[in-house]
Design a protein around this ligand. Structure first.
Ligand SMILES: NC(=O)C1=CN([C@@H]2O[C@H](COP(=O)(O)OP(=O)(O)OC[C@H]3O[C@@H](n4cnc5c(N)ncnc54)[C@H](OP(=O)(O)O)[C@@H]3O)[C@@H](O)[C@H]2O)C=CC1
Ligand SMILES: O=C1O[C@H](COP(=O)(O)O)[C@@H](O)[C@H](O)[C@H]1O
Length: 444
């Protein structure tokens, strides 16, 4: 089936770094018949957009094969759409219809800030989309609980749920998908995955880059809404859900909801939450001179159920840190066995699910090799050349596979979890500064 992929925000950071390169790869594989409409507010014609792509150079065209590049560029048409101008949507739909023919499908990917979704929804009816057409909504889905409900209600007035794809690209990462397999396709981990054996859990998504040109967007969201509400909470649910009834989107979402409802955030925010801002953030383009927007957040929480009660869980994310690294670390309890006293320091077991930049599962355990080395690390054998998450997710959307997309009630519960934290943040005037390239503010 022919697919017309319509990319709103085609000149933005996400389009440049992740979506266009992913479509490029999908097109290169030749499995799908795809045409692309790059939508933007700039006064571009096709040639301007091609030139814009060429100027991105190496950052964009990782594949330097000139034929592949030319074939890809030939598939793209640029269309200017001012988001509140209905006549622009009508022109866009004429172009879509020309390209998709009789039996094709349209996928609209809204790679713009969520506050622009309303303008799109106000005008989308003018495009006369078919029931088989699909719309991908980027995260964060709304700005808080109420706005996410409002947004979802508005979407429901325009689209059927079947047409709606709420994306969280971390769910498309191979190593994140692997969490469920690791836990439930092996006999040896589930019996120890509980408060009898686990001491604490740490999930972090550290980034070395800053906000770049995205200051305008970032000022409205900050690290809590940009990363914690979605990517980190999603990873946490996968680490903590009970085995789903079956491997389908609804069964997994049902289990996620149960976890989100049992999350308990301590009331002592002064102690359990660290908000930070990297030095130099105030000088970034689009950032207010007195901005208190957090570029770093670390929170401590608990899951209040029979399996996890009593295990402190730390979620951390930040920009401009020492290195890019996303990991889930399960630290097991102390082994105090006098049998090994004479061998010196016996370390706690640890399982490290490394999501990026390498994808690994490292298991640390004690053993006797020689006097100097008593800890083993076992590496899970895994290819490093996995697909960019967006490639996987966009291909799933083309094929109508929704398993890795998020149901609204899961997002709603995620906003509920963070409600008090957001109130605390809005009322707090204090933010810890940290040096670029550091580990972030110190956790007391
Ligand atoms: N960047 C990332 O790594 C990721 C981003 N996301 C999500 O993707 C979405 C877009 O983010 P990102 O690309 O980073 O943001 P950017 O700010 O880099 O880009 C936003 C895009 O929206 C366009 N735009 C801005 N204002 C308007 C307006 N008033 N009318 C029409 N178009 C407008 C910009 O056009 P112009 O270029 O002309 O300014 C640009 O094409 C966000 O929801 C974000 O959370 C999700 C995952 C990762
Ligand atoms: O959603 C987002 O994710 C990126 C980080 O994604 P990654 O796949 O490179 O880890 C982050 O930079 C961006 O601020 C945020 O919007």
């Amino acid at each position: 089936m022919k697919t017309v992929f319509v990319l709103f925000g085609s000149t933005g950071d996400l389009a440049r770094r992740k979506i266009l390169p992913s479509i490029f790869e999908i097109c290169k594989s030749g499995k799908d018949d795809i045409k692309i409409i790059a939508v933007g507010r700039r006064d571009f014609d096709n040639n301007d957009f091609y030139e814009y792509l060429w100027n991105l150079g190496k950052e964009f065209f990782i594949d330097q094969n000139i034929d592949n590049i030319n074939n890809f560029i030939k598939k793209i048409d640029y269309q200017k759409v001012v988001l509140d101008k209905q006549e622009d949507y009508i022109k866009l739909s004429e172009k879509i219809n020309d390209l998709k023919g009789k039996n094709g499908q349209t996928i609209i990917h809204l790679s713009v800030s969520p506050e622009h979704y309303h303008l799109f929804l106000d005008n989308a009816k003018a495009m006369n989309l078919d029931k088989k057409d699909k719309v991908i909504f980027e995260k964060p889905f709304g700005n808080d609980l109420n706005s996410s409900i409002e947004l979802n209600n508005k979407i429901n007035l325009v689209f059927d749920e079947e047409q709606v794809y709420r994306i969280d690209h971390y769910l498309g990462k191979e190593a994140v998908q692997n969490i469920i397999f690791f836990r439930f396709a092996n006999l040896i981990f589930e019996p120890i995955w509980n408060n009898k054996y686990i001491d604490n859990i740490q999930i972090f998504a550290n980034e070395s880059i800053g906000v770049g040109d995205r200051g305008d967007y970032y000022e409205n969201y900050g690290a809590i809404k940009d990363m914690l509400q979605n990517h980190l909470l999603q990873m946490l649910t996968l680490v903590s859900i009970e085995k789903p009834k079956s491997f389908d989107a609804n069964s997994i979402s049902d289990e996620k909801i149960k976890i989100l409802k049992s999350i308990k955030l301590g009331k002592n925010f002064e102690k359990d939450i660290i908000l930070g801002q990297y030095k130099g953030y105030l000088q970034e383009k689009g950032v207010g001179t007195n901005s208190k927007t957090e570029t770093y957040v670390s929170i401590k929480l608990e899951i209040n159920n029979s399996r996890f009660t009593g295990i402190p869980i730390y979620l951390t994310t930040g920009k401009c840190l020492k290195e890019k690294s996303t990991k889930i670390i399960i630290n097991f309890k102390n082994i105090s066995d006098s049998l090994f006293e004479s061998f010196g320091n016996i370390k706690n077991n640890k399982i490290e699910l490394e999501i990026q930049t390498d994808e690994n599962i490292n298991i640390y355990f004690n053993g006797k090799i020689d006097e100097n080395r008593k800890e083993f690390k076992s590496k899970f054998e895994k290819g490093t050349n996995t697909k960019e998450a967006y490639e996987k997710l966009i291909k799933d959307c083309i094929d109508g596979n929704k398993i890795l997309f998020t149901r609204f009630d899961v997002l709603q519960e995620s906003w509920i979890v963070l409600n008090d934290l957001l109130t605390y943040k809005n009322n707090s005037n204090h933010i810890n500064q940290y040096d670029k390239g550091s580990d972030g503010p110190i956790y007391n």
